[in-house]
Design a protein around this ligand. Sequence first.
Ligand code: AMP
Length: 112
Amino acid sequence: MTLFEKIVARQVPANIVAEGQDWLAFHDISPQAPVHVLIVPKKPIPRIGEASPEDGHVLAALMLAVQEVVKKLDVFQSGFRVVINNGGDGGETVPHLHVHVLGGRPLEWPPG
Ligand code: AMP
């Protein structure tokens, strides 16, 4: 099982923000901004580059979950960033698809 599958299964503790039928949102353990949440599919899709057309409804659910998270954590109005890292150069470290939601401070562009 991946680390995030274990969090979904409540085998590893996490600070959970919200949950849907197909996803779980929890605070990143090493936050890079005042708000830094990960939204993960309950189904263990390894990374966005390996999602299949059958995963379309799960991908949509992850994107729509962003609204719920940013409203709950009060960065809907101030702004936020949504990031998915894929592979080595992308900075992926956990092989279970996850959407980073960052906010609560001005974020620089381009990212490093
Ligand atoms: P990435 O580098 O895109 O694969 O992102 C993985 C993220 O998972 C990093 O931001 C880590 O800080 C975060 N992370 C690793 N372990 C945990 C954990 N046990 N609970 C919450 N977040 C974690």
